[in-house]
Design a protein around this ligand. Structure first.
Ligand SMILES: [Fe+2]
Length: 161
C-alpha cells in the first residue's frame, strides 16, 4: 500500500499571507489601471517624438501587466485570492492623470509619470511593510520598484532638460 500524504494548500502561515495580500493588492490594482490608462495614452499621443513615445507607452503597458501578474501570483501562491476585477480597479486605483482625447506628448508623458508615481507610493509602502514579515514578498515589491523606476526614467528623459 502506498502512503497517502496530507498536502497543505500553501507553504505559508496565515499572518504572512495576510500581510502579502494587504501590501501587494494595491500594487496590483494600480498596475492593472496603468495597463488600461497607458494604452489610452499610447493611442492618443500627438506631437514631438510621436513614434518614440507611442512605442515606449506600449512597452510600459507590457511591463505593468507583467508586474501585476508577479504580484498577484505571489498573493495567490500564499493561498489568498485577489479581487482585480475591472470594477474593483476602477473603485480603488484612483483617478488617472491621463486626459481623454488627443494630447501633446510632453503633457501625456507627465500624466503617465504621475500615474507611475502614485503606484510607487504603494510599492514603497509594500517594501517597508513587508520588511519584517516576508522577505520573499518584499522581493516582489523591490523587483517592481526597480522596473517601474526604469520605465519612469525612460519617460522623464523625453521631457527633462
Ligand atoms: Fe498599438
Amino acid at each position: 500500500m502506498s502512503k497517502v500524504h496530507t498536502v497543505s494548500t500553501t507553504a505559508s502561515d496565515p499572518t504572512v499571507a495576510a500581510a502579502a495580500a494587504q501590501f501587494l493588492s494595491p500594487v496590483v490594482l494600480g498596475l492593472e489601471a496603468l495597463t488600461v490608462n497607458g494604452k489610452q495614452a499610447h493611442w492618443h499621443v500627438r506631437g514631438a517624438n510621436f513614434i518614440g513615445v507611442h512605442e515606449l507607452l506600449d512597452t510600459i503597458v507590457a511591463h505593468a501587466g507583467d508586474f501585476a501578474d508577479t504580484a498577484a501570483e505571489r498573493i495567490v501562491a500564499l493561498g489568498l485570492p485577489i479581487d482585480a476585477r475591472l470594477s474593483t480597479v476602477a473603485a480603488k486605483a484612483g483617478t488617472s492623470a491621463v486626459p481623454a482625447g488627443f494630447t501633446q506628448s510632453d503633457e501625456l508623458v507627465r500624466a503617465v509619470i504621475s500615474d507611475i508615481d502614485a503606484i510607487l507610493v504603494d510599492v514603497k509602502a509594500a517594501i517597508d511593510g513587508l520588511d519584517e514579515v516576508d522577505l520573499t514578498s518584499q522581493d516582489v515589491a523591490i523587483e517592481i520598484m526597480r522596473g517601474l523606476e526604469k520605465d519612469r526614467w525612460f519617460l522623464v528623459s523625453h521631457i527633462a532638460a
